[in-house]
Design a protein. Structure first.
Lengths: 465, 254
């Protein structure tokens, strides 16, 4: 207690120097925490977006993730309705699951016959009501809201496409898409147009379309290979174009009603789904839910190998992005930690020189070398503690300010601007980790000067002027 | 470290105690040489002395005579190159650094020329510090420190920081700190050098009284022949060699 008392009073002895060191540490701590808060915010935003779009877990055919893009419908899950029923009836899962809904993916060609353009697309069929409910998930309380799918309440032949698809298929005017430049010369878009006979056939199958309804320009024809390998064509009414953020995805994305797509792909065959999306109440329930799903799926896996993948496995981009941010965070911590190390070390070295006679006196009256070492290390640790606490306080205050400024930014791979916020409040582990880290750095910084002080010759120390 | 007895009441008279107990420090053929770059400077040359128990011993000699070096070695903060030093019946040359620290804490008090009080501690806390080092209980500390403050006449200055005290008052606090653990020997290196003559005389008188009251040996250095009047024993040192030793009531010894 006396050592603590002495260390504390010695810090207050040279207030200006202690304050300068504290401020250095506090600014370092603030910088680390603000960057950490920004990183956490990115993580929460991406996490939330992925869970809103595809749920926490997806049940898929074991090979769908790796090979499904070549022929998605070949990896359909039979009896998916029974699986959904089993999930719904499981007493453990029903407490955790917010939504369990099927999805069907396909690869095909979309064309605008009137404009003689077409392009390959990757389509998804889903239950719009379920997906819109999933888009309400916000376990982390992120400020951004997901736009609801326009498919909900739309006609059964409705479709939503990426703005890139709309652009290539020359639907910008019909869909009133802003910032959609037209080519200088009217040329046929790249890619083969749908053969005339298929387009004609499609038009014949959709008698409801007429030039007089005002939406003829927003209709597209979609060619799908059905489950038996035969082509099947339908006409869809594009109700909205949505920017998907990434150009490559934006130019192939097509979404439609699950039932309509099933009809197109499976016809009169037993309908399937390529995945079952499961959204949970909280992300920390993933492991428990997954473990619970395994025995349920085993009874459905006799004829089809099924797998449960979480959103991280399905989105390597998320893992890679967060890994990159973690690396940058570590690098920033290392840089700031080094500055703190030298700042505290410099302060402690000066203190030791100034207090050489005092060290000699303490040693003379019976304080062991270990006592001197403890005294100066404790002073460094207290500097670290106060600096880190001050830094955390400054970071929390700045975070509050930034979060209330209403700044927006466009993150990479995002179609919509998001609020620029830093998530520090409530991030106990990050604040504690940074505080402990800085205290440890301060202790390490103080150790060498303290060791030097402890090794001082008593007589030489007493003679020091 | 075990705490010493809490008794600060006057001990039997110095004369009686000195007769009953052996010397508090014995030096035998002690030599010390400092190495200044490539030059060896012998500072203490074969000194053999005996510091009597409960006596006021003055080490007298001009500057550079080796007084401080000799005090440092007897105070166990420096080691001789040759010879043997026994303090409080312990061969201090055989002790490790930590053992020496503990030994000093228990047996030796220090009074420095520049007082060397801890500036961040009050007068009370400065005196209490050696007791804390010894692990004395709060009760014992609470009992002993006020009595020491009273003994040095600073009861009303207990809460003052050293910076708020005069030179003489600081030295009184230093004396009380040196006596806190009731050591066997108090080493004082020119304790009056930084004080005016009147204050110096008062400090000298105080130390003299404390020797008699607490049965503690005081060994202090000076180059002022006036202090001899207050001393029981006077050791004359010149160029690292003992010139003569004068003991009151005993006469001159070689």
């Amino acid at each position: 207690m006396m050592t603590f008392n002495l260390a504390l009073r010695n810090l207050l002895r040279n207030r200006r120097r202690s304050l300068a060191t504290l401020l250095g540490m506090a600014i370092g701590s603030t910088a680390i925490l603000l960057f950490g808060g920004f990183k956490t915010n990115i993580s929460y935003e991406m996490h939330t977006t992925l869970v809103r779009d595809g749920g926490h877990l997806q049940i898929q055919h074991r090979d769908f993730y790796l090979y499904g893009s070549g022929n998605p419908t070949a990896y359909g899950i039979a009896d998916y309705t029974k699986i959904l029923e089993a999930i719904k009836n499981d007493e453990v899962l029903q407490k955790m699951v917010v939504m369990a809904t099927p999805a069907l993916q396909f690869g095909g060609i979309a064309g605008n016959y009137a404009a003689s353009v077409s392009r390959t697309v990757i389509g998804n069929g889903f239950v719009a009501e379920d997906v819109n409910r999933m888009r309400m998930w916000n376990d982390f309380g992120v400020p951004s809201k997901a736009p609801l799918s326009a498919l909900e309440g739309a006609s059964e032949d409705a479709a939503v496409v990426g703005t890139g698809v709309a652009r290539v298929l020359q639907l910008c005017d019909a869909l009133k898409i802003a910032r959609c430049p037209k080519p200088e010369k009217e040329q046929k878009a790249e890619g083969a147009a749908i053969p005339d006979d298929i387009a004609q056939l499609s038009l014949l199958e959709t008698p409801s379309v007429s030039a007089s309804d005002g939406k003829a320009g927003a209709r597209i024809e979609v060619l799908v290979v059905n489950s038996k390998g035969a082509p099947n064509v339908t006409s869809l009414e594009v109700v909205r174009a949505e920017d998907r953020g990434i150009k490559e995805l934006d130019e192939v994305s097509l979404m439609m009603h699950f039932a309509k797509l099933q009809q197109l792909v499976y016809g009169k065959s037993p309908p399937k789904a390529t995945s079952i999306m499961i959204q949970l109440q909280h992300s920390d329930q993933i492991a428990e839910a997954r473990a619970r799903l395994v025995p349920i799926l085993s009874s459905f896996s006799k004829t089809q190998p099924l797998a449960v993948l979480d959103f991280r496995e399905l989105s390597p981009f998320f893992v890679q992005t967060m890994s990159m941010f973690d690396t940058i965070f570590g690098f920033v911590f290392l840089l700031i930690g080094s500055i703190v190390l030298f700042t505290v070390s410099n302060t402690m070295n000066t203190t030791v020189v100034e207090r050489t006679v005092e060290i000699g006196t303490l040693r003379a009256i019976g304080l062991r070398r270990g006592g001197i070492l403890r005294l100066f290390v404790l002073e460094g640790a207290l500097l670290g503690l106060f600096g880190a606490v001050l830094g955390a306080t400054m970071a929390l205050s700045l975070a509050t300010l930034i979060n209330h400024l209403g700044i927006h930014w466009l993150p990479p791979a995002s179609a919509v601007e998001m609020p620029f916020t830093v998530a520090i409040w409530g991030e106990t582990s990050m604040i504690t980790g940074t505080t402990i880290g800085l205290i440890l750095i301060a202790i390490i910084s103080a150790w060498w000067p303290a060791y030097r002080a402890a090794r001082l010759d008593v007589v030489e120390a007493l003679r020091h002027v | 470290m075990a705490d010493q007895e809490d008794d600060l009441e006057p001990a039997p008279t110095g004369e009686q105690a000195a007769v009953k107990q052996g010397p508090v420090a014995v030096l035998t053929q002690v030599e010390k040489t400092y190495q200044l770059d490539s030059v060896s400077v012998p500072v203490i040359k074969g000194v053999s002395i005996l510091v009597r128990h409960a006596c006021f011993t003055v080490l007298l000699g001009p500057s550079g005579s080796g007084k401080t070096t000799l005090l440092n070695m007897i105070g166990c903060i420096d080691k001789p190159d040759k010879g043997e030093i026994i303090v409080a019946d312990t061969k201090v040359g055989e002790l490790s650094d930590d053992e020496l620290s503990d030994f000093r804490a228990k047996n030796i008090g220090f009074i420095f020329q520049n007082f060397n009080l801890l500036p961040v501690l009050s007068a009370y806390e400065n005196i209490e510090y050696p007791l804390l080092l010894a692990g004395a209980s709060a009760k014992k500390r609470g009992n002993r420190v006020p009595r020491l403050l009273e003994a040095v006449g600073l009861s009303d200055r207990a809460k003052n920081l050293p910076g708020q005290l005069s030179g003489g008052q600081r030295q009184r606090v230093a004396i009380a700190r040196a006596l806190a653990r009731k050591p066997k020997l108090v080493i004082a290196d020119e304790p009056t050098a930084n004080l005016d003559s009147q204050t110096g005389a008062a400090i000298l008188s105080l130390m003299r009284r404390l020797v008699e009251r607490y049965e503690i040996s005081f060994l202090f250095s000076s180059h002022d022949p006036e202090v001899v009047k207050a001393a029981d024993d006077t050791i004359y040192l010149k160029d690292g060699v003992i010139q003569k030793i004068q003991r009151k009531g005993v006469g001159e010894a070689s």
